[in-house]
Write a protein that binds this ligand. Structure first.
Ligand code: SIN
Length: 295
């Protein structure tokens, strides 16, 4: 089988055909996958059959595995594999993260060494009239940097932002259902204490491509260091909108068996939701490879 790379019509995203991720992957094949990931920010593979061991083995090729904070949503026996799902157990509790990533973000920016890349495998995908529901959207943060004015590039050059695991809990998850929250378990006291905060440069250099990336996001960035709350909120809103123009978005339409990998420095993503339990079931596994300290 020969590997073939087919870019999408959007700035981010390419399909890679002709490889079975559950099998042995040669050094040349892996180098081609990494090259495509750094070129397109997001790569995906159709019709993959990956069990948890194979999923984690493949993800480990990109680096050491991250351990998700919310242990209760991980696959039993596989602490590094988290379940993203709207499926509810008999007691009404979700089997996985029921509302993962339903805002623009890149993964684990609240860690001192945020995620390098995430590997998401679709096991069940909801549909309506044969159409898949719950697209995931992707944009590039390197082209977002390129599109900034010279004045804004100069302003942001030495700025730093605070990223926080607890931020979306305060903003969304722990609000009442009528305010859009209430679906996810509240953090336990222990999880709250262990919740991470990190400060990173607003303009980050990609460790492999050397490209500058705009590194703030709607979901996990709490504000800017040394700026009052009102100014910080206004700048954050403007930069987040700048990162996500409609005509730059790659819409991933899921199929069962998809494996999608995204680079968390040069892209942001947003899960759109829009499917309803119990009529429509969504069930995916995600593993994440650790990254390095942003510079
Ligand atoms: C995420 O990893 O942020 C969620 C992606 C998805 O569920 O489509």
């Amino acid at each position: 089988m020969k590997m073939e790379i087919r870019p999408t019509d959007a700035p981010a995203g390419a399909e890679i055909c002709g490889i079975r991720l559950s099998g042995d992957i040669s050094a040349d094949q892996f180098a081609a996958i990494e090259r495509a990931l750094h070129q397109y920010g997001v790569v995906f593979f159709r019709n993959q059959d990956l069990n948890p061991v194979e999923h984690l083995r493949f993800t480990r090729l990109f680096g050491e595995l991250e351990t998700p904070v919310l242990e209760q949503y991980t696959v039993p026996g596989h602490r590094a594999l988290i379940i993203l799902s709207n499926v509810l157990k008999e007691d009404g509790r979700p089997v996985g993260l029921v509302d993962a990533g339903q805002f623009w973000h890149s993964d684990s920016t609240y860690r001192p060494e945020p995620a390098r890349c995430s590997v998401l495998h679709a096991i069940e995908i909801p549909t309506e009239d044969g159409r898949p529901l719950g697209d995931t959207l992707f944009v590039r943060t390197d082209t977002a940097y390129d599109r900034l004015s010279d004045a804004m590039k100069a302003r942001l050059k030495d700025m730093r932002a605070i990223h926080s695991f607890a931020h979306p809990y305060r903003k969304v998850y722990e609000r009442a259902p009528e305010e859009g929250g209430g679906k996810r378990d509240k953090l336990t006291e222990e999880q709250r204490k262990a919740a991470l905060d990190a400060i990173h440069p607003v303009i980050r250099t990609h460790p492999v491509t050397g490209r500058k990336c705009l590194y703030v996001n709607e979901g996990l960035t709490a504000g800017f260091v040394g700026m009052d709350e009102t100014d910080s909120e206004a700048l954050l809103r403007a930069l987040c909108a700048h990162c996500t123009p409609k005509d730059e978005i790659y819409h991933h339409k899921w199929q069962v068996g998809d494996v999608i990998i995204w680079d968390n420095c040069m892209t942001q993503h947003h899960a759109t939701g829009g499917y309803h339990w119990p009529r429509q079931r969504r069930y995916l596994h995600r593993a994440t490879a650790k990254g390095s300290v942003p510079f």
